[in-house]
Design a protein. Structure first.
Lengths: 569, 192
């Protein structure tokens, strides 16, 4: 395929869509499938077939629309009219919607989301631009939305240097949590000497409670492929790997199909878009190890080994996969690249705050009215995200904390609700941006128990290579369990703080270095809760076992039953 | 590990060569041209075909990829996904990610453990049910979530989860292979 053919494909698909009277998009992302989206899609297709309307109206399986807690979501896009999104759609309701369309009646208003719903209206969608409006299984739809245009433009009009410059100008920083300037990384990989180079997309989204990458891979797989190809062109790599988390079965299959479709169309493989650039992408599937999100462990895993990290420097951009220069970027970072190349780094840099440019996708979950995936400019305050976009805390309860950054991050208390969400501000208040999971907690959450939950996670996921992390996380978890179990003394708390410092300073990789963060940040803002547990043996949230309220039949060992089989503190 | 067949160049023990499940593993190995870095991909396929990784199976993979058995064993035990023991006829996986934790998925685990007499991560004595936990399925919007024989169920409570597992065990429904299609076939059965 060359540029003219790409343009023709886009035009033909656009014309096809315009000929249709209406397109009904059913979200088939994992959350909506869980809620029964497939039955909705089947019933729509059946009804269309029965009434012979297939030529006029199309039922499309599309990607994530955002408000995942309200699934299955259905978006109705009548030609030339305002689109409507329906929540919690049943197969029956789907048929009703369809027949109102056919008969020209007013569409049902039950379960229709208001058009000005802040959850939808207050977002700035760059990475998620196509999510929920194209069928991830059809290359044509991505191309019709302007897809692969950036790659075609770069291959024919730009030098690899230009591409790097554009990415640098955009101010894009690593979206996996590190926040390292992407342009600098690309330049390093480009300048590194080596016959063979690699590009790796990190889709091992291990942070519990974060699912931006899964959603992007499922909803818009071609965007990632295009971003990787651009990275390959810019750095001089001809081979790319996408490392997909093992739990994300559907994402892996959709990426696989997308790679095949792109190869058939000549958008990947040899002589991409009629140029001299060759680029091939392979998928590697993770097997359930959190540490593999760390770049050196991830590379070990791609090479078929145990996912254990190694000492840096040399950095992957100098010596990575099989000793060759390797560019590793998070899936979300790469997904932002096509938009940056096609619309310019300056445009992207104009969004967001001074030091943190662009947009960030957050997975909003936990005790919040409307949970789901949102994309907002960097620097949006937490209050806006939780109360305006997320609709606040359900059940009239009070906001207590937002957990960001997963096991490497920390908790943001109510006093810091007006903190802008960007790299610097979040670091200042003792947490990290991380991959973008935001778990909202209300007063039913107990902070020492939250810290214990994350330390249990780190203890379990520690790869065992370096002793500070291997031994330290076990010991920290033991101390936390003493606190939540009502057996701790103030000495234990002092020892815990001492250990936090030691483990953070001496561990080999990111997992160990950041493992103390959940403890440190909860201690910083909720020290009184720790002391209450130790001195008064009381858990105000009623989570821990020594709570004053008598434990009911289900009350015993509520939280410590997981992952600690056969181990007693 | 003693492997009497290891001297054979073909590497396939005769009693296993007749097994059709081997073809899937063999195909994957060939697809990756017996490269050692395909080890994890091959183990994925092997576990999918056989349900677990036996010593024989790992020995076979080691010979085909020309890596030491210790490396295969090391990888198989490092990653949570691989199981060296057969799983029960039915599987129940409860998500214990942060969003599910905040919505008290631990209570679901405790309840299921007590109700069915099985510890998380193990199989019941009669081999009917394997209960395990997972670190986030990325379905946080529907928390708390569990997966029954490959079918994801959102918005669980200890009661609804117990009921759903009971129905599954009593239905006599043959276990579905977790091939992703089963995951998409039906949805939301156990939502209260």
């Amino acid at each position: 395929m060359n540029r003219a053919e790409l343009r023709r494909m886009a035009e033909e698909e656009r014309e096809r869509q315009e000929r249709l009277r209406c397109r009904i998009m059913v979200c088939v992302g994992t959350p909506c499938l869980t809620a029964g989206a497939l039955a909705v899609l089947d019933s729509l297709r059946e009804a269309l077939g029965e009434s012979r309307l297939d030529a006029e109206i199309e039922a499309v399986a599309c990607g994530c629309m955002g408000p995942c807690s309200r699934g299955p979501l259905v978006k109705v896009r009548p030609q030339g009219k305002r689109e409507i999104i329906y929540e919690r759609v049943t197969p029956d309701l789907a048929r009703q919607i369809l027949f109102s369309l056919v008969k020209g009646r007013r569409p049902p208003t039950v379960s229709a989301l208001p058009a000005d719903l802040p959850f939808l209206a207050r977002q700035t969608r760059v990475v998620l631009a196509n999510s929920g409006s194209i069928d991830p299984g059809r290359l044509e739809e991505y191309v019709a939305a302007g897809g692969y245009g950036a790659l075609a433009h770069a291959l024919h009009e730009m030098t690899p240097d230009d591409v790097c410059r554009e990415v640098t100008a955009s101010g894009l920083r690593g979206r996996g949590g590190g926040g390292y300037p992407t342009g600098v990384k690309w330049n390093l990989a480009r300048k590194a000497p080596g016959e063979r180079k690699y590009v790796v997309a990190n889709g091992d989204e291990g942070d519990p409670g974060a699912y931006m990458d899964r959603s992007i891979m499922e909803s818009d797989p071609h965007r990632i492929l295009e971003g990787m190809a651009l990275a390959g062109y810019a750095t001089g790599a001809e081979q790319g790997f996408i490392y997909v988390r093992g739990e994300y079965y559907l994402a892996g299959r959709r990426l696989e199909a997308a790679i095949r479709a792109a190869e058939r169309a000549g958008l990947l493989g040899s002589r991409v878009l009629g140029s001299n650039f060759n680029f091939r992408i392979d998928i590697r599937t993770g097997a359930g190890a959190f540490v593999c999100g760390e770049e050196t462990s991830l590379m070990a895993s791609i090479m078929g080994r145990r996912g254990q990290p190694w000492q840096r420097p040399p950095y992957p951009a100098q010596r990575g996969l099989w000793g060759c220069p390797t560019l590793i970027n998070n899936v979300e970072t790469l997904a932002a690249v096509p938009a940056i190349v096609s619309q310019g780094g300056k445009w992207y840099g104009g969004i967001g705050s001074a030091a943190s440019k662009g947009t960030k996708v957050y997975a909003l979950a936990g005790q919040v009215e409307m949970a789901g995936l949102i994309e907002v400019p960097m620097g949006t305050t937490l209050r806006e995200v939780v109360f305006d976009i997320g609709g606040g805390i359900p059940g009239g309860r009070r906001f207590k904390a937002a957990q960001s950054g997963g096991p490497s991050g920390g908790c943001i208390p109510a006093t810091e609700l007006d903190t802008p969400l960007d790299y610097e501000s979040m670091e200042r208040i003792g947490t990290i941006m991380g991959s973008g999971g935001l778990i909202i907690m209300d007063e039913t959450s107990c902070m020492p128990d939250v810290a214990s939950f994350f330390l249990d996670f780190c203890r379990d996921e520690s790869c065992g290579k370096c002793p500070p992390c291997r031994v330290g996380t076990v010991e920290m978890h033991r101390l936390l369990r003493r606190i939540t179990g009502g057996a701790a003394t103030m000495d234990d708390l002092a020892r815990l703080e001492e250990l936090c410092e030691l483990v953070g300073a001496t561990s080999l990789c990111g997992l160990g270095m950041t493992a103390p963060n959940p403890v440190l940040s909860t201690l910083r803002y909720f020290r009184d809760e720790y002391e209450e547990h130790i001195i008064q043996r009381r858990c105000a949230a009623g989570v821990c076992t020594m709570a004053e309220a008598p434990a009911g039949p289900d009350g015993e060992a509520l939280l410590h039953a997981m992952g600690v089989a056969g181990e007693e503190a | 590990m003693p492997h009497p067949e290891s001297k054979q160049q073909t590497g396939i023990p005769p009693e296993m060569a007749a097994d059709p499940r081997f073809q899937a593993v063999e195909r994957t190995i060939k697809q990756f041209q017996c490269r050692a870095d395909a080890l994890i991909e091959v183990l994925h396929v092997a576990q999918e075909a056989f349900g677990f990784l036996s010593d024989e199976l790992m020995g076979y993979v080691a010979r085909q990829l020309k890596v030491p058995f210790s490396q295969v064993y090391g990888v198989a035990t490092f990653y949570h996904f691989f199981s060296l023991e057969p799983r029960g006829a039915h599987t129940c996986v409860v998500c214990t990610g942060t969003a599910c934790y905040v919505k008290r998925s631990a209570e679901i685990v405790t309840r299921l453990e007590r109700e069915f007499g099985v510890k998380a991560g193990t199989t019941t004595e009669d081999g009917s049910l394997t209960l395990s936990t997972v670190r986030c399925l990325g379905t946080c919007g529907q928390a708390p979530v569990m997966v029954l024989d490959g079918e994801t169920i959102g918005g669980c409570s200890p009661d609804s989860a117990t009921a759903a597992v009971k129905v599954l065990l009593e239905s006599g429904r043959p276990p579905t292979i977790d091939d992703g299609r089963s995951r998409r076939r039906r949805g939301g059965g156990g939502t209260p």
